[in-house]
Every structure is written in structure tokens, then in C-alpha cells.
Ligand binder design. Structure first.
Ligand code: FAD
Length: 428
């Protein structure tokens, strides 16, 4: 079939999730011609509804805060934890830690949130091809120079640009093409989730709180209040634990775990399940490389961490903005070689490592935050900073202390640019 040429732009972005649209907003604002390829038609479903406070900063950078304030998304002021017995911790209110505007965040419906982010990028003159799926990267001398894709009617097309940003989420477009996926072996979990209408919500300030409720078997439930009296509720644990009775269908697994967690059971009583459970598994990974000449990876297309601390959308927005800025600098310098993305990658990987260490501690059966704070009360603000996404800090004192109680993993060595000897690579 004839491949139609769609011409040349400055930057191709694969994927219109939070990572792709925040990168697009930054670049379009700088006057770059940006084309986003999105394989689905919006609105499209996505899990990942709970934002953390530091989402505020990338959202503010791309001009989204007033739009979110005007939205009907549930306001989130706190997180609370529920023990296996059903005992509820004091809610942790973000405004007790910081007086900044970011201490109010949101529980979002992703189909609407992602649409708002896409509209925001389009308002800044980003162009969108949707549905249009990227199928393969185009190379010249080992440098990515564009994308071949297909339109809804199956017609192939070719688009060229000095830079491509892979923001394809857990589809892992570039990672799969190059076999770059490296799993995080100790975070092999399965998530089973659904939505309820009319389930119990707390009142007042706590109405929008995220609840993390522990279950036996080293797992947990999320309970996220959404607009229109809905809640997102899911269970995460080891595959062997969830599937201990054999194959099992996801709804039976979900119902069994609900029956065993008193707080979740009581909150769901009286609510109506809105559909069958969804399942995903083995989702913690990081790409071997973050960039190659002419290509940079962002959001879940680069790395994904267990969702226990709701870090995914934050990391997607943050990496999208940072990638946008790094791509702008590369284009301005006329050099799109992989090295240009060293600082971007170091910055992101060090933030992801802090969250990752905390995730490991969370899953360590021997670890209790209360034990840590009994011995080191001064470290409470550091922990809070990590949880809300303030990842610029030096967390060495925190993790040295945690290492006395739990296994703290060493940093993963990968996730940096794939540097070749040929430099610089022309930026058009
Ligand atoms: C069980 C679970 C619970 C979670 N809970 C939370 C939470 O509470 N809070 C939180 O912050 N995060 C959560 N997350 C993580 C969150 O969902 C992701 O981190 C976030 O969506 C990443 O954004 P992204 O832009 O990188 O990717 P996505 O949002 O996945 O967007 C990628 C886009 O790329 C498109 N695409 C893919 N391939 C192609 C292609 N070849 N061509 C064109 N387009 C393509 C897709 O259609 C999609 O629209 C959770 C994740 C899981 C699995």
C-alpha cells in the first residue's frame, strides 16, 4: 500500500496521556510545530485517578491549575491508612505539611482529565492526529527521524521530525521495538479493580481522601472517591496470594478480598458495583535507555512504579514538562543527540529511586512507619516530602534510617541515554 507522507514537523509525540500532552504544551508554547499521534479516540478510559500534591507544579507550568479549580473533580486533602484489623490511622492532611496551594489536589476521572490536558495543548497550537497509531520508528544513520503509522482506515502514513517523544504509556512503543524493558523483580504485583456507585464516603474534609487499606498477604486496597458518587476501588498483591485458589476469575478474587478487609467491606456495603473487575500485572519496570539520537522516552513509556503512593500521573506530568524543555533546548542547539538528555534522565531517575525505596519499605513485612518515627521523629517531614512528590530533596538521612528496619534496594543503573560515539546529531 502507498505510504502517504504527512510532511515534516519539529516534534512528533506518540501518545496523548499526561506525559505526551504536557510535553506538547511546553513545546507548542515555544512556537514549535508539534504533532501528537494518539491511537485511541478520546475520551478513552485510563486507571490512575488519584493525584499527589506536587502534580501542582507541572500542571501550573502548562496552565492547567485554574481549569482544574473550575472542574467538578473531587478535592483531595489527605491520605489515610487502614490496618488489617480495620483500624484507621489519623488522616494525613497535606496542609499540615505545606501551606502552598498544592496541598489541595484532586481525584480525577482520567477520560475527562486527559481530554482537558489534550485541549490545553491544542489551545497552545499543538496538532493532533487521532486515531493514528505509531507503528515503527524511522531511522537514518541510527538516528530516529520520524514515525510510520496507520490511520483509522488502515492507511499507512509517514511523518518526519528531528525529535520524537515516546509518551505511549504502558504500551511501551520504543521499549518493545528495542527490547529495552527491565522488570523490577521484587515488585511483581497484580491489581484487580472496579468502580462502585453509592458506596460510603467520609464527610467534610475527608470526603475526597485516598484510603490505603492493608490486607493479609502483603497487599493493599485503594479506595478513591470520585465525582458523581462513584469510587474507584482495587486490590494489589502478589500473584501467588491473589490466585492462591487456582485460576479464579477476577470478580471472585475481588469479592473474597473485600470480604476479608473490614473497612473496605463496610464502605462498599450499600453501593452498586458498576462493572466487571479489570486486571493488570507485573507492571514495575524501567527502560534500559531513556533516549537515543532523535528520541526521548517519558512517563510510563520510560518507567513505571507500583501505584501504592499514586506517583504515576505526577511522574508522567513532570517528565513530560522536563522532556519538553530538554527537547526545546536540543532543537535550539541544533543537536538532538542522546547526550542532550543526560540531565533529564538523571533528574527523573533520582526522583523515581526515592519513591521506589519507599515502595520497597511499604512491602517489607518487618517495616512499620510508626517504628521509624518512634526512633527518628525528625524524619517525618522528609517522608512526607517524598510522598507528596517533593523529590528534589536529599533523602539519604531518611533511607539510611529506613535501612535499619527494612530492605532498601540499591539504585537501578539503567534508564540513561544510549550514547553512541557519533555526536552531535543534527537538529534540523
Ligand atoms: C492499577 C493501577 C493503578 C494506578 N493508580 C494510580 C493513581 O491512583 N494515581 C496515579 O497518579 N497513577 C496511577 N497509576 C499510574 C497511571 O495510570 C500512569 O502512570 C499514567 O497514566 C501515565 O501517563 P502516561 O502519559 O505516561 O501514559 P498513558 O496515560 O497510558 O497515555 C499513553 C497514551 O499513549 C497512547 N498510545 C499508546 N501506544 C500508542 C501508539 N503506538 N501510537 C499512538 N498512541 C499510542 C495510548 O492510547 C494512551 O492514550 C495507576 C496504574 C495502575 C496500573
Amino acid at each position: 500500500m502507498q505510504v502517504e507522507s504527512m510532511g515534516v514537523c519539529d516534534v512528533i509525540i506518540i501518545g496523548a496521556g499526561p506525559a505526551g500532552t504536557s510535553a506538547a504544551a511546553v513545546l507548542a508554547e515555544r512556537g514549535r510545530r508539534v504533532i501528537i499521534l494518539e491511537k485511541d479516540s478520546f475520551p478513552r478510559y485510563r486507571v490512575g485517578e488519584s493525584l499527589i500534591p506536587y502534580c501542582w507544579f507541572p500542571l501550573n507550568r502548562i496552565g492547567m491549575i485554574d481549569k482544574l479549580k473550575a472542574s467538578a473533580f473531587t478535592k483531595k486533602y489527605s491520605v489515610q491508612f487502614v490496618g488489617k484489623s480495620g483500624r484507621v490511622s489519623q488522616p494525613f492532611y497535606f496542609f499540615q505539611h505545606t501551606e502552598h496551594d498544592c496541598s489541595t489536589t484532586w481525584q480525577v476521572v482520567r477520560s475527562e482529565f486527559d481530554r482537558m490536558l489534550l485541549d490545553n495543548a491544542v489551545e497552545k497550537d499543538a496538532e493532533v492526529m487521532m486515531p493514528a497509531a505509531a507503528k515503527r520508528l524511522l531511522y537514518e544513520d541510527d538516528r530516529v527521524v520520524g514515525v510510520q503509522g496507520v490511520l483509522e482506515d488502515g492507511k499507512p502514513f509517514e511523518l518526519r521530525a528531528p525529535m520524537t517523544i515516546d509518551a505511549s504509556g504502558r504500551d511501551l512503543f520504543a521499549v518493545k521495538a528495542h527490547d529495552w524493558r527491565v522488570d523490577d523483580p521484587q515488585l511483581r504485583k497484580v491489581a484487580v479493580w472496579t468502580y462502585y456507585q453509592g458506596a460510603r464516603r467520609d464527610t467534610g474534609l475527608d470526603e475526597g481522601a485516598t484510603t490505603v487499606a492493608y490486607i493479609p498477604g502483603n497487599g493493599w486496597f485503594w479506595y478513591i472517591p470520585l465525582p458523581e458518587d462513584k469510587v474507584s476501588v482495587g486490590v494489589v498483591a502478589e500473584r501467588d496470594y491473589l490466585y492462591r485458589e487456582g485460576k479464579g476469575d477476577p470478580d471472585a478474587i475481588f469479592d473474597r478480598e473485600v470480604a476479608n478487609q473490614p473497612w473496605v467491606r463496610e464502605h462498599l456495603t450499600g453501593g452498586t458495583k458498576l462493572g466487571p473487575c479489570r486486571v493488570t500485572g507485573d507492571y514495575s519496570y524501567r527502560s534500559k535507555y531513556s533516549a537515543t539520537d532523535g528520541l526521548v522516552l517519558t512517563g510510563d513509556a520510560l518507567a513505571f512504579l507500583d501505584p501504592v503512593f499514586s506517583s504515576g500521573v505526577f511522574l508522567a506530568l513532570q517528565s513530560g514538562v522536563l522532556a519538553g524543555e530538554a527537547v526545546e533546548a536540543a532543537l535550539a542547539a541544533g543537536d538532538v543527540s542522546a547526550e542532550r538528555f543526560n540531565d533529564y534522565s538523571e533528574h527523573l531517575c533520582s526522583g523515581i529511586e526515592a519513591m521506589r525505596k519507599l515502595v520497597y519499605a511499604f512491602y517489607d513485612e518487618a517495616f512499620r512507619f510508626s517504628d521509624l518515627f518512634k526512633k527518628y521523629p525528625d524524619l517525618r517531614p522528609d517522608l512526607t516530602d517524598c510522598l507528596i512528590g517533593n523529590l528534589e530533596k536529599d533523602f539519604d538521612p531518611l533511607f539510611s534510617a529506613i535501612a535499619e528496619f527494612a530492605q532498601v534496594p540499591s539504585a537501578l543503573p539503567h534508564g540513561r541515554p544510549r550514547v553512541t560515539s557519533r555526536t552531535p546529531a543534527g537538529g534540523g
